[in-house]
Write a protein that binds this ligand. Structure first.
Ligand code: ACO
Length: 162
């Protein structure tokens, strides 16, 4: 059980060909959806915008997986998954994974206009984390997750460039 303000010492590393299976295994444990090979190929192709978090013993404890999508307003960072294994939650890992990727994007990919993602309605932990990171809560997208209950999602967005 974590105490308020406690932080886990973690090391971040970009998702690569050698570690993509670790990401897939972690996501299978954390998320009720299975993402396709195509999605994992997109993640690999987008390089450092997807990051793994390892604890001091080298155990994978969390990850953020994103891809870059072309939209009429310009390239957008789409956050597919942000997950931390249950025993390691509330130790600042999720917020730092997100902050790390947003930092990489604003520093190295200045053409990216915004970061966006969907969160299942009722996922208070994720909504809180993203709001605290400066994301705005947008409209509800009914039926976004047809296989989940509830199936609705909210769209979150953070503008990165005017
Ligand atoms: N209840 C309320 N607020 C929370 C909770 C919670 N259970 N968890 C995190 N937060 C908020 C708090 O404001 C917290 O700050 P605080 O601890 O100082 O109060 C802030 O988020 C940062 O918390 P972290 O410790 O950095 O978050 P953590 O490492 O626990 O990861 C995450 C949060 C990723 C949502 C984790 O709970 C998780 O893996 N959940 C299951 C998967 C999931 O739902 N992922 C998000 C789906 S959306 C998407 O992936 C695009």
């Amino acid at each position: 059980m974590s105490t308020p303000g406690q932080v886990l010492d973690v090391r971040f590393d970009t998702v690569r060909k050698e570690t993509i299976e670790q990401l897939r295994t972690l996501n299978r444990v954390i998320f009720p959806l299975n993402y396709s090979d195509r999605v994992y190929a997109d993640i690999l192709a987008c390089g450092p915008v997807s990051q793994l978090a390892f604890d001091r013993d080298g155990e994978l404890v969390g990850a953020i997986a994103c891809r870059l999508e072309n939209t009429p307003e310009g390239p957008v960072l789409y956050i597919l998954t942000l997950g931390v294994l249950a025993p390691y939650r509330r130790l600042g890992v999720g917020a730092r994974l997100l902050g790390n990727v947003l930092g990489i994007v604003t520093r190295d990919l200045p053409e990216v206009v915004a970061a966006v993602l969907h969160v299942q309605v009722g996922n208070g932990a994720a909504l809180d984390l993203y709001r605290r990171a400066g994301f705005s809560v947008g409209p509800v997208v009914p039926g976004y997750y047809p296989r989940l209950n509830p199936p609705d999602a909210v769209l979150l967005r953070k503008q990165l460039r005017d």
